[in-house]
Design a protein around this ligand. Structure first.
Ligand code: AMP
Ligand code: ZN
Length: 313
């Protein structure tokens, strides 16, 4: 019996000599692509991520939120209405396509075969990479003036240009958000309720999280001022956890009150014709999956039955 317990501990323990990313790869969970922050998910990993996604959706269904699956891309025109260009230019990504004729095609191939840069022969398309899944819902609300308040349960792949060796900081990652758009009081209440509920969900998985006031990584000197005022006004709270192998506590979830920022820039009206306020609670699905793997062991088939059943594994 003692031997069995030791064997179990050995099989699931996170070995200190290998980085967390090495261990996730050794365990057949994430596969490197050669680019930091871009990994291929195996079925074993994706099952855990899907379990987290489904758990969030089960809760959102009790709120009668509209379930949407976001594409990883957003129209450039919508992107321009978010604050990304002003505040996070260093994180954004654009889709460029080939729009030339045969002459340009020959040039492209010539450059590529010679190992010369060729991407400058591509043209910006009407698409940007989606940095946060909630951005997709605001244009939907703007098209239906006066029909709110709206509650959405949205998930999808996000892109942020922030390469890192830490597997919890990805360039392509899964985000799941529960988003309210409507009256100011409703938005604040949603932010508070969803933060509490999010914390309860994470704790039910055995994750130890702490709520901390936070700010977004705004760009440049103006960004410092924006970050300070976001902190000051307590607009963003993160639930952070210690993930073995990470240098700092990692945000697994963020709760944000945007005031009328998106209402104003997308032109969203409430039922009484005022500018809509919004709030979103974003679960970092990959971060939660990796935090579980790093703390509960790298083999989900050996996780406690209670945890497996919560994730329907
Ligand atoms: P944010 O919009 O920055 O508040 O992000 C919402 C949630 O997505 C965060 O709380 C994280 O859990 C997750 N997240 C943000 N950036 C990344 C990233 N680079 N890699 C993985 N997860 C992320
Ligand atoms: Zn959001």
């Amino acid at each position: 019996m003692v031997l069995h317990t030791m064997e179990t501990a050995k099989a699931t323990e996170v070995r200190p000599t290998r980085t967390l990313l090495d261990q996730l790869e050794d365990a057949g969970l994430l596969l490197r692509t050669g680019v930091d922050g871009l990994y291929i998910r195996t079925a074993a990993y994706q099952e855990v991520a899907d379990g987290i996604d489904a758990m969030v959706s089960r809760w959102a269904a009790t709120l009668h939120a509209t379930r949407l699956h976001m594409p990883p891309l957003i129209p450039r025109t919508s992107f321009e209405r978010t604050n990304y260009l002003e505040s996070f230019p260093d994180l954004m990504g654009s889709v460029h396509v080939f729009a030339g004729g045969e002459v340009e095609h020959r040039q492209l191939l010539q450059r590529a075969t010679r190992g010369h840069p060729w991407s400058e022969l591509l043209q910006p398309s009407e698409l940007m990479l989606e940095p946060a899944v909630c951005h997709g819902v605001y244009p939907l609300c703007a098209r239906r003036p006066g029909s709110g308040p709206w509650l959405f349960d949205v998930s999808g792949h996000c892109f942020r240009s922030e390469p890192s060796k830490e597997p919890t900081r990805l360039q392509s990652f899964l985000m799941h958000e529960v988003v309210y758009v409507g009256e100011a009081a409703g938005a604040e209440a949603h932010r508070d309720m969803a933060l509490d509920r999010g914390q309860a969900l994470l704790e039910s998985l055995g994750l130890e999280v702490a709520a901390v006031p936070a700010s977004d990584p705004f760009f440049g000197r103006v960004g410092n001022v924006l970050a300070a005022s976001q902190l000051d006004e307590q607009l963003k709270t993160e639930l952070v956890a210690e993930v073995p192998g990470n240098s700092r506590p990692t945000a697994l979830l963020s709760a944000n009150y945007h005031r009328d920022h998106f209402g104003r820039s997308f032109g969203i009206e409430t039922t009484v014709g005022e500018l809509a306020h919004s709030a979103c609670v974003g679960f970092g699905v990959d971060r939660i999956a990796i935090a579980l793997l790093a703390t509960q062991g790298l083999d989900p088939s050996r996780w406690a039955p209670s945890l497996r059943s919560l994730l329907r594994l």
